[in-house]
Design a protein around this ligand. Sequence first.
Ligand code: P6P
Length: 336
Amino acid sequence: MHIGTTLTNYIIETQRNFKGATGEFTGLLNDIAVACKKISDLVNKGDLVDILGSADSENVQGETQKKMDVISNEIFMEALQHNGHVAGLASEEVDDICRMPKDAPRGHYLVLFDPLDGSSNIDVNVSVGTIFSILKASPHPGDPTTEDFLRPGTEQVAAGYCLYGPSTMMVLTTGQGVNMFTLDRHFGEFLLTHENITIPEDTKEFAINASNMRFWEAPVKRYIDECLQGKEGPRGKDFNMRWVASMVAEVHRILTRGGIFMYPMDEKIKAKGQGGKLRLMYEANPMSFIIEQAGGASTTGRERIMDMKPEHIHQRVPVVLGSKNEVDLVTAYHRS
Ligand code: P6P
């Protein structure tokens, strides 16, 4: 595939190699691309249109929704419910799974998504993104059940995100590596700009919300402390730190130049009775698929995220992902 080819052509060409391909998966990925283009257009308009600030509502997570959380969710639902590629949807912004309208044809895929991750950044004009995970729907007749969605990350057939930053980029894996497409607004197409991404196995850059330091478990404290000791310490090199508070931006940086991103379990999260900060089904699993396909690693600190058997749609998990040798070191500290 050549640099500059459109996402549409890329999908058609790669799907041509799949025996028995019906074009449904191609259609689904294009529906997702259309939704992301619409969200990008609104995000880029910002204050020029009345989309910033908070909506007068809370999501299932008990978080105050931004107007763009609600709008992005509606755009995704509208784009995916009517074209016959999807059997069911699960959204960070909606409590229960979403079945297709009665008059809509049933497709063979389940899509789980965070329509606008990092949305707290949107009012301060910092990058945000959409994250999606695609599963094959179970073969039984009728609407999917919640149980049909609760599949380990290893069963994803595709995962991706769209980063609404200085440029809008779609990053996608279908299990054949990771490719990046940049949106050319002049003719509204995502163009292939980076092929077969690989993450450096080592890094000098870590991302963690250091304001939670007093709550960290010992292995995390040990790892970060050693990074902070720099070249005089046991790591023998100086580290830099980044924290954007937008997972999509952090993951994109790591895909681009390496690094480690950590939102680990801590005493504050335990006190809330939660399994972590980030959501397994539509944040951790899709990002883990992408990271692993690019040669990185992704664990909870203790186990591979994609091996986890989900217990509920909005389940939260600790996340340690990025350059393989760094993630392996953090995981080793948790096991020592
Ligand atoms: P904190 C955004 O709300 C998010 O889910 C991730 O995108 C981001 O990495 C994290 O939460 C930021 O959390 O505690 O720093 O605000």
